[in-house]
Design a binder for this molecule. Structure first.
Ligand SMILES: NC(=O)c1ccc[n+]([C@@H]2O[C@H](COP(=O)([O-])OP(=O)(O)OC[C@H]3O[C@@H](n4cnc5c(N)ncnc54)[C@H](OP(=O)(O)O)[C@@H]3O)[C@@H](O)[C@H]2O)c1
Length: 248
């Protein structure tokens, strides 16, 4: 991985984003950290500077607010310059039952996990110099690989994002723009605070290391940890007459 470079992080207080950014700070990368909460972002910026980043600026905003994404993306690019890497890490795990009862909650889940992410990507790529190298890294989820009764609103949002990124990667194949989709399984982060932890849970740090390797190797899709590729291949290929009986 060549360094130094400029990394724009959307959802920079995410545990996985911090783990990735800390590793990249040690290679001399500079950061523009975007998220909801200035105090949390300032703490992340301090940590990255202590880890070796020559610069780490912050910008606070609600990234899921669909209004003015194009203008805000242009402002960030004007302030920071064209980034060499973009990491999109923000997201929310909605309560499935609530999303089925309350359509505003469902709409929010789609907007935060898919619609806004896709619009941010389009806005960040718009009018970008075609020869400028870029690694665009987006954190999706294994939940997008197959619709399941227990979380199909979140799964549909992440699945839509997966299709969007697949098409984008095909569009940019052979160009300096690399599209990297990260599909974590269960990760022990604030997002899963309310969930009892089992053997399949990984640490944000392990996922951060997987993302670094995926970017270095130029992978288009990475399951994190790797064994989720096997689990999801089985789940995706289960015939319907078996799948419909499972309670997952
Ligand atoms: N944890 C898992 O098991 C798991 C599994 C698969 C995929 N993922 C995905 O991995 C990504 C990172 O999650 P994580 O596990 O690192 O969880 P996390 O530490 O809870 O990070 C989620 C981040 O999203 C930010 N965020 C949420 N809504 C936002 C908004 N409207 N505008 C700006 N920022 C917003 C949060 O900001 P605040 O902290 O300021 O609220 C938080 O920093 C997410 O896309 C998630 O869907 C997670």
């Amino acid at each position: 991985m060549s360094a130094p470079c400029r990394i724009l992080v959307l959802g920079a207080s995410s545990a996985m984003a911090q783990a990735y950014a800390r590793r990249r700070a040690a290679t001399g990368a500079s950061f523009l950290l975007v998220g909801l909460n200035a105090t949390r972002l300032a703490a992340v910026a301090d940590d990255l500077r202590a880890s070796g980043a020559p610069a780490a600026e912050i910008a606070t905003m609600d990234l899921a607010d669909l209004a003015g994404i194009e203008t805000r993306a242009a402002d960030l690019r004007g302030r920071f310059g064209e980034p060499d890497e973009v990491l999109i890490a923000y997201g929310e795990l909605p309560d499935q039952a609530e999303s089925e009862r309350d359509l505003d909650a469902a709409r929010h889940a789609f907007e935060v996990n898919f619609v806004s992410v896709a619009l941010w990507i389009l806005a960040l790529l718009k009018d970008r110099p075609p020869q400028a190298p870029l690694a665009l890294i987006t954190i999706g989820s294994v939940a997008g690989d197959r619709g399941r009764a227990s979380n199909f609103v979140y799964g549909a949002a992440k699945g839509g994002l997966d299709r969007f990124l697949e098409g984008l990667a095909q569009k940019h194949a052979g160009t300096p723009v690399r599209i990297v989709t990260v599909k974590p399984g269960f990760v022990d982060s604030p997002m899963t605070d309310a969930i009892a932890k089992g053997a399949l849970f990984a640490s944000p740090d392990a996922v951060g290391a997987d993302i670094v390797r995926a970017v270095e190797k130029g992978r288009r899709v990475v399951y994190a940890p790797w064994f989720w590729w096997v689990i999801m291949a089985i789940i995706r290929n289960l015939p319907w007459f078996v799948f419909r009986r499972l309670r997952i």
